[in-house]
Design a protein around this ligand. Sequence first.
Ligand code: HQG
Length: 181
Amino acid sequence: MDHRTMVRLSKRMSRALRHEPHRIGLTPDGAGWVPVDDLLAAMRIDRADLDAVVAGNDKQRFAVRRGPDGIERIRANQGHTIPVDLGLAPQSPPDRLYHGTGAAALDSIRATGLNRGGRHHVHLSPDVDTAHRVGARRGGPVVLLTVDAAAMSRAGHVFYRSANGVWLTDEVPPAYLTQDG
Ligand code: HQG
């Protein structure tokens, strides 16, 4: 599969597993898992293509595992808008985390902090490069924000780390944000 086809398929799988499973007749369990065979049938795709996306995905967006019942299931590691409990345990974050966004959002973020919007959490990156890539998705100049995660943690904010290394928290009030560069 060429890169473009892979990206397109990854996006369709993200949509199916994070946002609109019901549209194609899937019902994820409470933790977001669906049988691999059900996803293949619903999306009309081959197992080899699914495996290529899962293995080749730049961000490890998906996890596949075999349950105690012998059935293989797949879920998105993060980013859902459907209600799921990923079962992540709270973790102590690194002192600093990063968030990349577009310049257009800056005034609003300064006023109200980072909000999770339609997702379950605010997504934070462990390093500047990743944050920059996330911000670049907005298309314009990238704004890089540093999050004082150590201070947030001391103040009682809870952090989780998704299976692909994204740090998740409920919100980041403006007091914990500084802008770089
Ligand atoms: C912005 C991708 C105005 C926020 C990435 C962001 C990530 C505000 C946008 C993952 C705001 C939400 C998540 C406020 C936050 N006012 N704008 N108060 N608070 N925003 O896509 O963090 O490809 O939901 O800055 O790589 O960009 O999906 O979140 O620009 O890991 O696997 O609102 O999505 O991963 O956008 O990205 P998103 P995000 P996947």
